[in-house]
Write a protein that binds this ligand. Sequence first.
Ligand SMILES: *Cc1c(COP(=O)(O)O)cnc(C)c1O
Length: 435
Amino acid sequence: MQFYSTNNPDLRVDLKEAVIRSLPADNGLYMPETITPLPQSFWENWKTMSLAEMGFHIAHQILGDSIPADDLKTIVNDAITFDAPVVNIEKQVSILELFHGPTLAFKDFGARFMARTMAYLTQDDDKELTVLVATSGDTGGAVASAFHKVAGTRVIILYPKGGVSDLQEKQLTTLGENISALEVEGTFDDCQAMVKACFLNREFSLKHNLTSANSINISRLIPQAFYYFHAARQLEAGVEPTFVIPSGNFGNLTAGLLAQRLGLPIAHFVAATNINDVIPQYLAEGEYKPRPSEATISNAMDVGAPSNFARMKDLFGDNWEAMREHISGVAVDDDETRTTIREVKETTGYTIDPHGAVGYVAAKLWLQASPESHTVILETAHPSKFLNVMEKELGTGQIDVPERLACLANATKQAKLITPDTAELEAYIEQTTGL
Ligand SMILES: *Cc1c(COP(=O)(O)O)cnc(C)c1O
């Protein structure tokens, strides 16, 4: 399978280039050159396979012969070691829980598959792969956990001092081994600028075999298609789901579109955002107007220029009408999100996180417009990751904190404090790689 750039369909690269370089030089995003529906043989067995086994067939359909079948099976089996159960909370409202992975957010699916794919693709290289990542919170934790102890890789995470929550910081700074953390005396933008400067220094970046683990990497999207199939097969036979997707950079929604192109029957998509509603506005008006993001309580969706819009546009041949036939947009503000967290608890007993609550409002609106639908809301993270917001609405001590998050409170932080100076970062990388 070859991959093309959304900015230039004639530019073709192989899987290794697409995954290790992440972004084409023309600033587009990589897409598989063809997406062919899964064969009849898949549909005869798909409901009885394990999640990992089904995932292998889906990944194989997208990647073709880029990774030999047995190796791809191993990668998927190692990556997908947790479930994604559907919980029915009302007659036409189901929740797809994507928080059963090690860092309690759906990003574990993408990060774990990417880590193993990167290690596989570079196994014959003579240098270790150095993954450089700037984080404002959740991505760093998922990436750190995903690469922890993966042979042939090391990870350097930059995060803004005082800019991430205590537990998020613990997720980044307590693993040790091949994961190291740099606490930058600056902002997230400083961290990103430093990482970018290192990559732009091409000689340096090649010498140290640098790669990035950011969310536009095509290898992160592939495993996110798995759980759309898994959700659909957990519903009553014959029900065609409408997926409601709390969205920021729209990677999750794009993975849903891939699942649909692979032949999964999906009635509709609802793109649910907070007040950072660039895509709902585009769907309503036909004009794409990115703007600076604003802070909300569903902060993983505070995105003003959603990177995967390029892929969504590409999948619909830049046809606004066609996109609107498949995707509707809804924007929800913080007040309504807070009220919804309480209402869902009172009426259904379910504890929904702020991102899922945005989805719930959108699902209810969709059911008014289309009463025969069955909505499946993607619950993108566990509520305990947003303890302050949740306890304010539901009361102190009302949120279960899973052991793997709770135990971090006592773990010892190990991070090196640095100033926002690229030279200091480069010196650290040189010292770490010994090159
Ligand atoms: C990253 C994230 C999102 C946004 O997902 P996209 O794929 O960027 O749209 C939503 N919720 C949570 C909890 C996240 O961590």
